[in-house]
Design a protein around this ligand. Structure first.
Ligand code: 5GP
Length: 125
């Protein structure tokens, strides 16, 4: 069920619980700014989620409120994970869903990193 991305941050969302270690994840990377782990229901041979360690509902919230350090750290983490997964040469796709029309279901900013096969059209018809 898509969320209303204008809602305040919910500290009980599933990714907040993963960040606190209350729910396990298949981790691929972690630093001060970001955590990356495999999606529980992968939609490509590689499907990794990269989330900021700070409490941000969405890309809108993050781009409006995060510090320059947080933004740089998060963006660098996404690039680092893609390189570590060997996806630069074959290519990959990044996706951040936001709100109802975007189909966002978890109210903590996450970037989907897809790769490992040709991914087809940008948006399904
Ligand atoms: P959204 O639609 O919000 O952009 O994507 C949420 C993603 O989170 C989905 O691809 C879904 O499979 C993934 N997801 C939801 N709950 C969990 C979980 O507990 N663990 C992991 N690893 N992924 C999850």
């Amino acid at each position: 069920m898509p969320i209303d991305a204008t809602q305040p941050y919910d500290p009980n969302n599933v990714f907040a619980k993963i960040l606190r270690g209350e729910i396990p994840c298949n981790k691929v990377f972690e630093d001060e700014w970001a955590l990356a782990f495999h999606d529980i229901a992968p939609q490509a041979p590689v499907h990794v989620l990269v989330i900021p360690t700070g409490a941000y509902v969405s890309w809108d919230d993050f781009s409006a409120r995060a510090s320059a350090e947080e933004i740089a750290g998060f963006v660098r983490a996404v690039g680092h994970v893609a390189r570590e997964q060997g996806l630069v040469e074959p290519g990959y796709r990044l996706l951040a869903n936001l709100g109802a029309d975007g189909g966002q279901e978890v109210p903590h900013l996450h970037v989907h990193l897809f790769g490992g096969a040709p991914l087809g059209r940008m948006i399904a018809r």
